[in-house]
Design a binder for this molecule. Structure first.
Ligand code: ADP
Ligand code: ZN
Length: 321
């Protein structure tokens, strides 16, 4: 479907930002400045060539001349090291055609704007800290429990990178095989967190899609147990002020209460902070931005690179003067 180019809202006569949430099943593209004016469009993820052609066409049709910067939150693993020759690439994905694809470079060259690149979950935690359930917090974690499990970490107001970036889905949790003999489905580790608790793991263990498991099914107590262990481990290692859980599996509202109870049981009163003793409804929350956390977070990434680019251009001007 083509955009009607005759419609040009006044709000877009000033410069705006672009956002891309690059997912394994769909790409969500957005243009705007925040939750109130963000306009999005989705494209199914097929080959990199077909998908990127649609994405680039969207930005060119809509606003190319007026875009200040683009932020990309991508499925991974990705290379985030600016000093690396592979910066901006998706690295070891099993997704056919996407391995080593230069996502940030392709967008940057096609649209000729500054591009900021990060993981989808680091983007989501930035979005939630700016406008959502972690608003105003400098230390928070965003977990997605969906086709896979991933986590983004905000510490001291910055998303965590390092050797790579956090790969929270591959935490190793105690696995009591007498309670849960299921071997897990992670191709690398079998029974890591993702291998035991992502949507497809639920389906493989119980023989039916997670979506169809009724609330009283024992699947949910076990799921809450693994989530509780993971949230416990994250609390004691990274000391976040809030943990947000999104993704398809968390669409089960009763799962949040089961998780809070299980977390409290495992924590056993050890950390004496109100947040984890009596305010678990705040400490463990669904995303305030719902399914828009990732794309809005990508907008925050765009904002950050615009800031850097404007400082750089000012420095350059000062040097010339
Ligand atoms: P993705 O991780 O691919 O971006 P989702 O976050 O929607 O996509 O996660 C998809 C997974 O979530 C699937 O395994 C699906 O079975 C599961 N899922 C989707 N909706 C629900 C639901 N309402 N309840 C439980 N599981 C769900
Ligand atoms: Zn694993």
């Amino acid at each position: 479907m083509r955009i009607d180019l005759s419609i040009k809202p006044l709000a877009y006569t000033h410069k705006v930002l672009g956002a891309i949430e690059a997912g394994g099943t769909k790409f969500v593209c957005g243009i705007g400045t925040g939750p109130d004016d963000l306009r999005t469009r989705q494209f199914p993820t097929s080959t990199p060539e077909i998908t990127l052609a649609a994405v680039i066409d969207f930005f060119r049709q809509e606003r190319s001349g007026n875009l200040d910067a683009i932020g990309i939150g991508s499925f991974g693993p990705v290379d985030l090291d600016p000093a690396s020759a592979n910066y901006g690439r998706i690295t070891s994905t099993p997704k056919v055609g996407w391995q080593d694809f230069d996502l940030a470079g392709t967008v940057q060259r096609a649209l000729d704007v500054p591009v900021n690149f990060d993981t989808d979950v680091n983007a989501a935690v930035l979005g939630e800290a700016r406008w959502g359930a972690a608003r105003g917090l400098d230390d928070a974690i965003y977990l997605t429990i969906g086709t896979g499990i991933g986590g983004g970490v905000l510490a001291h107001g910055r998303v965590v990178h390092g050797l790579l970036h956090p790969e929270i889905g591959h935490l190793h949790l105690p696995h009591d095989k007498s309670r849960d003999p299921f071997e897990g489905i992670c191709p690398y580790h079998g029974d890591c967190f993702e291998g035991l608790a992502c949507g497809p793991a639920l389906q493989a263990r119980w023989g039916q899609p997670a979506l169809t498991l009724p609330p009283e099914h024992p699947a949910w107590e076990l799921e809450a147990h693994y989530l509780g262990l993971a949230v416990m481990n994250l609390t004691v290692t990274l000391s976040p002020r809030r943990i947000i859980l999104g993704g398809g599996v968390m669409q089960q509202p009763h799962l949040f209460d089961l998780l809070r109870k299980e977390f409290a049981r495992i924590m056993n009163g050890y950390i004496r902070r109100e947040e984890v003793l009596h305010q678990l409804d705040f400490y463990i929350q669904p995303p305030g931005l719902g399914s828009r956390a990732g794309v809005l977070g990508a907008l925050v990434l765009a904002e950050q690179i615009r800031e850097v680019a404007s400082v750089e251009s000012k420095l350059l001007k000062d040097r010339k003067a």
